[in-house]
Ligand binder design. Structure first.
Ligand SMILES: Cc1cc2nc3c(=O)[nH]c(=O)nc-3n(C[C@H](O)[C@H](O)[C@H](O)COP(=O)(O)OP(=O)(O)OC[C@H]3O[C@@H](n4cnc5c(N)ncnc54)[C@H](O)[C@@H]3O)c2cc1C
Length: 450
């Protein structure tokens, strides 16, 4: 017999929601985790995104705690090679993983922590009483049912719960509300990566970022590469490629010669409009098939490549963001701010895939620089028992492009779960939580806070 009443309900089982649920449950809260898909991992398992990038800022590992525990568990089972140099030359390290292994390990982590999980369940409506969220009504298996809790963590990526409950949010860039493009990633096997490795050594000029740090491919046990601009330009000019993309961007997974292709660009669609999202799925698959044929024909090492999966769900880089008690800015990031209420750190650059066309606006921090994220970016005054975690926290559009990466979302999720569990234990509203106690606890849990 299951209860319908929990201390904490986490909506969304991506990396942020999964780790929020684990940390809250390890801190003795009763936790329900609600996930629309039939497995955890969110973008990483449902949209084929990867490798995780990056756990580092220079030589310092700035993402630790639960998120790193997850990786070490995968490494111990041969399901990840751990943190290795990023041979695209874009960031410090990448962390390839086996996405089926990721699903299984997250299952184990939530089970071992005692989290109750509801798969194939979507939150359909919310009930607010006396300024607090009292319960959510879920839809699953043709049934509507209600579950309640004292705190709710919105880890839906798209701030679904925040929007449904009437908590203020924003979306897209300030000038016109447009989001970064969506992308349908796909996986190829039977790619001859040795050919690419040799080209990286003999014709490094084909790989613009790597050419500034030559030789990285020699130290990376799994290959990431970004290059072949001429081939892409030609494809666009001849019409063989019907969408704007400037560069080939591929990442070897934990399995040798299996690559994630992160190249389609679905612009001008709204990821939180159901009709627009559905059009984007169809356009994404159209681009995948066009690109697949193009790569087999034109890219060295790809002639025998075979596609084994798309998505299965289109990847959403950006959508709704909470308007929280603090809005993370790029100024904070470049100033490498260490906030008094810091809950996580991150050293990944700004990575804004253009909402208009082919290009990516990348802005790099000095080598080794990192910033922290304050707890206030997760909190709001409108319905204070809803906490944001993951890519939907409060930030400027541009700042979001850095903190949205999966290790960062994992670290935010870990901290969100711990913060809410401590709030429940202390009987204090999470907005007035004892930050010294939170820091002590997060440090005990292995987190890095700057
Ligand atoms: C194309 C693309 C490529 C990327 N590449 C990389 C990369 O190489 N490396 C990297 O580190 N990061 C990458 N990212 C970013 C990264 O994958 C995500 O930003 C990050 O994983 C987000 O984690 P999250 O937990 O905040 O949200 P999500 O992963 O989006 O998880 C949200 C979860 O909530 C569930 N959900 C949503 N609404 C509801 C609801 N109403 N009810 C129940 N469940 C719901 C969803 O099913 C999902 O499982 C990429 C992103 C994209 C789109």
């Amino acid at each position: 017999m299951h209860t319908n009443n929990f201390d904490i309900i986490v909506v969304g089982g991506g990396i942020a929601g999964s780790l929020a649920a684990v940390s809250a449950a390890r801190n003795r809260a009763s936790v329900l985790l609600i996930e629309e898909e039939g497995y955890l991992g969110g973008s990483m398992t449902a949209s084929g995104t990867g490798p995780m990038m990056t756990f580092h800022a220079g030589e310092t590992q700035v993402i630790r705690g639960l998120c790193d525990e997850l990786i070490q568990r995968l490494v111990a089972k041969g399901l990840s090679v751990g943190h290795i140099p990023d041979s695209t030359g874009y960031t410090y390290t990448v962390t390839p993983f086996d996405s089926e292994g990721m699903k299984r390990e997250l299952d184990l982590m939530v089970q071992q922590a005692g989290v109750t999980v509801l798969f194939h369940t979507s939150v359909a409506s919310v009930s607010v009483e006396n300024g607090l969220l009292a319960s959510v009504t879920c839809l699953s298996c043709g049934t509507l049912f209600t579950v309640s809790a004292r705190y709710f963590i919105d880890a839906t990526g798209d701030a679904d719960l925040i929007a449904m409950a009437g908590v203020p949010f924003e979306q897209g860039r300030a000038t016109d509300g447009r989001d970064q493009p969506m992308t349908t990633n796909f996986k190829l096997v039977d790619v001859d990566l040795q050919v690419i490795r040799e080209l990286m050594a003999s014709k490094v000029e084909l790989f613009p970022l790597l050419s500034k740090k030559p030789g990285l491919e020699k130290t990376a046990s799994r290959l990431s590469f970004s290059g072949f601009e001429d081939i892409m330009r030609q494809g666009c000019n001849t019409g063989e490629l019907s969408f704007d993309r400037d560069i080939v961007l591929c990442f070897e997974t934990n399995a040798s010669n299996e690559v994630i292709v992160n190249m389609t660009r679905i612009n001008g669609k709204n990821p939180v409009d159901p009709f627009s999202l559905s059009e984007a799925e169809i356009e994404g698959r159209r681009q995948v098939w066009e690109l697949y044929a193009f790569m087999k024909k034109n890219l060295p090492g790809f002639s025998q490549a075979r596609m084994i999966s798309t998505g299965p769900r289109i990847g959403i880089r950006s959508s709704r963001r909470l308007k929280g008690l603090y809005r993370m800015s790029i100024e904070d990031m470049f100033a490498q701010r260490i906030f008094e209420d810091a809950i996580s750190a991150n050293g990944y650059p700004l990575d804004i895939h253009s909402p208009d066309g082919a290009a990516t606006d990348s802005r790099f921090f000095p080598y080794g620089a990192f910033y922290t994220i304050p707890l206030r970016c997760l909190l709001n005054d409108t319905i204070p028992n809803i906490i944001a975690a993951g890519r939907n926290i409060s930030s400027e559009f541009e700042a979001h492009s850095s903190l949205r990466l999966s290790p960062s979302c994992g670290a935010i999720g870990h901290a969100a779960g711990t913060a809410v569990a401590l709030a429940l234990q202390s009987g204090k509203d999470v907005r007035y939580l004892d930050i010294v106690a939170l820091h002590e606890k997060l440090l005990q849990e292995g987190a890095f806070l700057g």
